[in-house]
Design a protein around this ligand. Structure first.
Ligand code: GLN
Length: 490
C-alpha cells in the first residue's frame, strides 16, 4: 500500500474498511506530517491528543460495525469554526485564548460521521484577505514554489492554512469558509479542489461571522469525489441557522462519481475576459472548455453584464456586515480585554489592540457606508446591484447548465508582492465574488501548471442548490485535466 498520507479520503476509507490499517495508525501518520511541515505555519492549534482519542473511538465503533461516512478520516478545521474545549481564534489577537463551550454544526456533523480532528488551521484575520498574510499568528507558506526560485509564496486566503495542509499531505481533507472566494482561490493557489456550496447548504451556526449574508462553509480535498464526500457529511438543514435551507440532501458522491456530461451546456461568460488576467490563465480557460467539449459538453457564450460591479458592491456589503458582526468583540464577553479608566476606554483599548489593520480598515468602511447620511448612496445601492447580479446569473442559466471561468486572475504570488495596495489584493477575487453575491455554488479544480510550475485552477459555477450538476462537470474536468503534479518535497 502507498504511504497512508498519500491516500485520498476515498482510498483511506477503503483501506480502513478492509482493516488494512486502523484510524489510530492513519491519525499517527498524518500527525507525523504536521510535525514534519510545521514551518508552513498551516496550523494555529494542533490537537494530537484529541486526534488519537477520536481515532481510538473510531476504531472501537468500526469494530462494532458502526462505521460512518468519514469513519477514521483525519481532518483539519479552519480556526473560524467553534470547537468545544479547543481554542478558536479566527486568527485574531482579540479572540486569543477563547475556548468555546459549544461545537459548530458543521464540525458536529463531521464528528458524527466518524472524522478525526488533527487541529485548527491558520487563516486571514476574521477571514478577511486573499493571502493569509493578515493572520495575527503569521502568514502561511504555500508548499508550492516557482521553479528555480526559492521565494516563499502565499497559499491564498482566507482559508490558506486549510488549503496548504491538504496540498502538503498533512491531511486528506479540511474545512474552509468562503465569503467572496476564500475556498476557491486558495484551492487554485495550492493545486487542490475547493468547493463553496450554495449559500444555505451548510449551517453557519458556530462559525465566527464575517459577512453573514455571504459566509458559507465548504470542503477542501485533493479530488472532486473527496470534496463531495466531505460536503455530504457537512451539509444539511439546521434549525439553529435561520438561513440554512430546509432541503433534503442529494447524493453528492454519486454525482461526483459520474463524469458523464454528454449534452451539458457549459456557459462561458463574456465579461470574465478582463484585463489583468494572465495570458496563461486565459489559455487554460480555453483548454478547459475544449476538454469539456471533448467529453460531450456544448459550449455557449453567455453574458453577465453586471460582473464589473460585483467587486465594488461586495466591498460595501461585506465590510458593512463585518462592522456590525464584529461589534460584539468589546472586551467583555470573549477573549482579550485591555483595561481603561472607564468602560468606553476599555472598549477602545481592547478593540484598538485586538484587531489588525485590515480588520480595522473594514470596520471603518462598513461603519461609514451604514451611517445615516451614506446608507442610501452606498449600502442600499450595493444591495440593488446584488439583485442585478443574481438576475444576470438566472438569465444565463436559462441558456446553460453550468458556467466555466478561471478561479483567480493569477497563480500564487510571493509574500510581499501585491501587499502595498489593498485594492490590488481585492482584485484576487474578481472571478469568485459574483457567484458569492448571488449565493451560487462554485468549485475550483486544478487544471494545469503555469510556466513557473505553479498550479492554476478553473472554476465551475452551478445553479442554486444544484451542486450535483456542478460536481458532474467538475469530475469530467478533473478526469480530462488529469492534474497529477505535487509540490516538490511533499
Ligand atoms: N478575499 C475576500 C475578502 O477579503 C474574500 C474573503 C473570504 O471569502 N472570506 O473579503
Amino acid at each position: 500500500m502507498a504511504s497512508l498520507t498519500d491516500l485520498t479520503i476515498t482510498q483511506l476509507g477503503a483501506a480502513l474498511a478492509k482493516k488494512e490499517t486502523s484510524a489510530v495508525e492513519v491519525a499517527d501518520a498524518h500527525l507525523a506530517k504536521l510535525d514534519e511541515h510545521r514551518a508552513l505555519n498551516a496550523f494555529i492549534t494542533e490537537t494530537p491528543e484529541k486526534a488519537r482519542a477520536m481515532a481510538a473511538a473510531s476504531d472501537a465503533r468500526r469494530a462494532k460495525g458502526e462505521a460512518g461516512l468519514l469513519e477514521g478520516i483525519p481532518l483539519a478545521i479552519k480556526d473560524l469554526f467553534c470547537t468545544e474545549g479547543v481554542q478558536t481564534t479566527a486568527a485574531s489577537h482579540i479572540l486569543e485564548g477563547f475556548v468555546p463551550q459549544y461545537e459548530s454544526t458543521v464540525t458536529t456533523n463531521l464528528w458524527k460521521s466518524g472524522a478525526v480532528m488533527v487541529g485548527k488551521t491558520n487563516l486571514d484575520e476574521f477571514a478577511m484577505g486573499s493571502s493569509n498574510m493578515t493572520s495575527h499568528f503569521g502568514g502561511v507558506e504555500n508548499p508550492w514554489k516557482r521553479r528555480g526560485d526559492n521565494r516563499k509564496l502565499v497559499p491564498g486566503g482566507s482559508s490558506g492554512g486549510s488549503a496548504a495542509a491538504v496540498a502538503a499531505y498533512m491531511v486528506p481533507g479540511s474545512t474552509g469558509t468562503d465569503t467572496g472566494g476564500s475556498i476557491r482561490q486558495p484551492a487554485s493557489f495550492c493545486g487542490i479542489v475547493g468547493l463553496k456550496p450554495t449559500y444555505g447548504r451548510c449551517s453557519r451556526w458556530g462559525v465566527v461571522a464575517f459577512a453573514s449574508s455571504l459566509d458559507q462553509p465548504g470542503p477542501f480535498a485533493r479530488t472532486v469525489e473527496d470534496t463531495a464526500l466531505l460536503l455530504q457529511a457537512m451539509a444539511g438543514h439546521d434549525p439553529k441557522d435561520s438561513t440554512s435551507a430546509p432541503l433534503a440532501l442529494p447524493d453528492f458522491v454519486a454525482a461526483a462519481r459520474n463524469p458523464d456530461i454528454k449534452g451539458l451546456r457549459v456557459g462561458i461568460p463574456r465579461e470574465y475576459r478582463v484585463d489583468g488576467t494572465s495570458p496563461e490563465i486565459e489559455a487554460l480557460w480555453t483548454r478547459g472548455m475544449e476538454m469539456l467539449k471533448a467529453a460531450g459538453a456544448v459550449s455557449v457564450e453567455v453574458s453577465l453584464p453586471h460582473t464589473k460591479y460585483a467587486l465594488p458592491a461586495y466591498y460595501i456589503v461585506a465590510p458593512a456586515e463585518c462592522s456590525s458582526n464584529l461589534a460584539r468583540y468589546d472586551g467583555v464577553r470573549f477573549g482579550l480585554r485591555v483595561p481603561g479608566k472607564d468602560l468606553a476606554e476599555m472598549y477602545q483599548n481592547t478593540r484598538g489592540a485586538g484587531f489588525g489593520k485590515e480588520v480595522r480598515r473594514r470596520i471603518m468602511i462598513g461603519t461609514y457606508v451604514l451611517s445615516a447620511g451614506y446608507y442610501d448612496a452606498y449600502y442600499k445601492k450595493a444591495q440593488q446591484i446584488r439583485s442585478l447580479i443574481a438576475r444576470d446569473f438566472n438569465q444565463a442559466f436559462e441558456k446553460c447548465d453550468v458556467l466555466l471561468t478561471p478561479t483567480a486572475p493569477t497563480a500564487a504570488f510571493a509574500a510581499g508582492e501585491k501587499m502595498d495596495d489593498p485594492v490590488t489584493m481585492y482584485l484576487n477575487d474578481m472571478f469568485t465574488i459574483p457567484a458569492s453575491m448571488a449565493g451560487l455554488p462554485g468549485i475550483s479544480v486544478p487544471a494545469g501548471l503555469d510556466k513557473d510550475g505553479l498550479p492554476l485552477g478553473l472554476q465551475l459555477i452551478g445553479r442554486a442548490f444544484d451542486e450535483e450538476t456542478m460536481l458532474r462537470a467538475a469530475a469530467a474536468l478533473e478526469k480530462a485535466a488529469a492534474f497529477a503534479s505535487r509540490p516538490a518535497g511533499y
